[in-house]
Design a protein around this ligand. Structure first.
Ligand SMILES: [Zn+2]
Length: 303
């Protein structure tokens, strides 16, 4: 399916959540004099073998390329599920993914690790080491890292901390080693920064992912939003070059502003696990434009 400008604008307008123009005073002005780095954010693909998911992902990849993406970011949960699925089926999911990415995309990728990408962590046989297998599938030597592209520093965080005390097997937390690394990365950097994490650092839509107000108090599980959000937002306050933090995981869409940072939760490529929309949000990817002077724009695209 070819994408028109209207597909993007209608999408952004109808959801009122896809556009982050707070630091972009005039889109047309910016478009005329500076070329942005275009990043397609495809989060929560949840690919499994089958006609609908495979054709849909191919369409999303074609859309990203038609929109001029210089880079595609897999935002995590790229395969349907490994947390609670036997190894042979998980291997089929990875094979399907590798075949499709090779056939349908020539754009460079960055990969973010998602909870569903890790084998067995929600089963009693969980072992911390299976995260290394995920890194192998994604050809990553480390689960958190940074790159410089188009005058920006892009930081990829690993949200998924091993937590055998939880039935899920994980909690949304960076841990000390990664937090210290993140702090060093920011201290040594003067470029504008865009951060990707699978699980939102800060989120409004996480409140609506389940009956979280039961019991007369709002309650958001530690698997749904970063438990160390307080430490991370304190760190970001000291580094105004951090402009935006992008995530997925919830399959819903929001945009928050907090202490000068824009937080976007960018929906899901699979929508409601390949069964249409979830709470009014259809399957989507996001087009993120990063201008070399630090301005940016985040728009949802209903591919
Ligand atoms: Zn997830």
């Amino acid at each position: 399916m070819g994408l028109t400008r209207r597909d993007i604008l209608v999408g952004g307008a109808s959801l009122c959540a896809g556009v982050g123009l707070s630091t972009l005073s005039s889109a047309s002005e910016a478009e005329s004099d500076l070329q942005p780095l275009r990043v397609a954010h495809l989060t929560d693909i949840h690919l499994r073998p089958g006609k609908l998911p495979e054709e849909s992902l191919a369409r999303a990849l074609h859309s990203a390329q038609e929109l001029g993406a210089d880079l595609i970011v897999n935002g995590g949960d790229v395969i349907f599920d490994a947390l609670n699925t036997d190894r042979s089926q998980v291997e089929r999911q990875w094979k399907t993914l590798h075949r499709l990415l090779k056939a349908e995309s020539s754009t460079p990728w960055l990969h973010v690790v998602g909870n569903h990408d890790i084998l067995g962590w929600s089963t009693p046989k969980r072992e911390p080491g299976t995260k290394l297998e995920t890194l192998g599938q994604l050809e990553l030597s480390k689960s958190f890292y940074s790159v410089e592209r188009g005058g920006w520093k892009i930081v990829v965080l690993d949200s998924i901390e091993y937590a055998p005390q939880r039935s899920s097997g994980y909690l949304a937390r960076l841990g000390w080693e990664q937090l210290e690394w993140f702090e060093r990365e920011l201290r040594q950097n003067e470029l504008p920064v865009c951060v990707f994490s699978h699980i939102p650092i800060l989120s409004a839509c996480a409140y609506f992912d389940g009956p979280n107000e039961e019991g007369d108090n709002w309650s958001v599980p530690g698997e749904w939003m970063h438990l160390d959000a307080r430490a991370v937002k304190d760190l970001l306050r000291g580094h105004p070059q951090v402009k935006l933090c992008l995530s997925g995981h919830i399959h819903l869409v929001d945009n928050l502003q907090y202490h000068g940072v824009s937080y976007f939760c960018n929906g899901a490529v699979c929508g409601n696990y390949w069964q249409g929309s979830l709470q009014g949000f259809p399957p989507a990817l996001a087009l993120v434009e990063l201008y070399p002077d630090g301005r940016f724009r985040n728009r949802l695209v209903f591919y």
